[in-house]
Design a protein around this ligand. Sequence first.
Ligand code: FES
Ligand SMILES: [Fe+2]
Length: 432
Amino acid sequence: MPDGSLNDRGIASLIEPGRVHRRVYTDPAVFELEMQRLFGRAWLFVGHATQVPNPGDFITTDLGRQPVLMTRHHDGSVRVVLNRCTHRGIKLVAERQGNRQRLICLYHGWTFDPDGTLLRVPVDEGCAPGFKLCDFNLAKAPRVGVYRGFVFASLSPAGIAFDDWIAPMKQNIDDIVDRAPGGEIALDAGVHRYLVRANWKMQAENAVDSYHVPFSHASTVNQKGVQFSRREGDNEGAKVVDGQRTAPQWKQRRSYSVGHGHCWTSNTELKENERSSAVYDEYRRTLEAAVGKERSDWILTPRMHNSLLYPNVSFMGLNMHIRVIKPIAVDLTEVNIYPVRLLGAPEAMNERNTRLLNVTHAAASFVQSDDLEAFARAQAGLQSLQTDWVDISRGLGREEAIDPPGALRQMATDELVVRGQFRAWLDYMSEA
Ligand code: FES
Ligand SMILES: [Fe+2]
């Protein structure tokens, strides 16, 4: 039984093989420790290089509790610096995004370059003896890693190397980026942003939860149990429900857990041979012209539905988007949904993809609104003292070992991926 303390023993007692204590979702002290030990240590998605295309461009975000700026410096490099003036500590930039060649603090006018170099202090005759500008540059994120334009940072100088952390998930990023005939994507088509009154882990778990779909999203299937079309060129989506039961096709999905909390689910089989529309056919021709027919066929064969790079970003292959999870409080989370623009694809294809996302993952859309309701109700239900435990035991003991060593697979309607996330959670949350 958990003893209530948050030393290593107390934290470990919150996680059992097939269940977790409700405090991991409800206790503000656990959340504070997550901000220090998990979000303060892990590699976190910051942004995509295409969000800051020109020198002076910036976006602001938070890595756990820490406000950061991702900028494009004058030399063309992308930088991640802490969004905190080195004078008296105020947040240097308040806007979500913009362009400034110099970052000027509104309080006393200290002026920084986009790479964080302090250039100027007004009324410099007042500076203390020995004051040096170079001692007051903005702090840099201790470690930054980039893969195919996706910028990640760790707020800890120590920990798993970026290459080791990202290695098992490179194929999941490639799966989407390779769809661009130009070989690159852009996250410059806007964002759906909303708050949900629930713990951030609900969204991380749900991104790879295939168990809930026939029930939570019952309103998205027709009388034959088939979901509406979620890809350009399809007449209909996946068969989800068969009578009153989960459809056999749906049960064929598999989930994968590959360490560090990373995980993904495979796609449901759709009618690939029938996929066609004027817009899709033109896109397909463009991709074939760029990479050849064989490679194009391979790229367009769906393998992954949704992938989670633990803890804060997921990649969805069906309604293509990047989802960024920002914890704000133990019971409050910001969700950001970025449409993916395939560079080199006909703009009509990009527009259709973005519009489909409006239907499925906007704040008031089909699909995601069902999930948000479930998260909020879970947060409310977990206040109950009926039991302290949350069950995550589906498929426990039936995991199938696959390559590379340590990787596991099982039916996507089981809870392998949730358990994999909590294994990583425990690693981060332990003191050492
Ligand atoms: S707090 Fe930024 S210049 Fe004084
Ligand atoms: Fe869902």
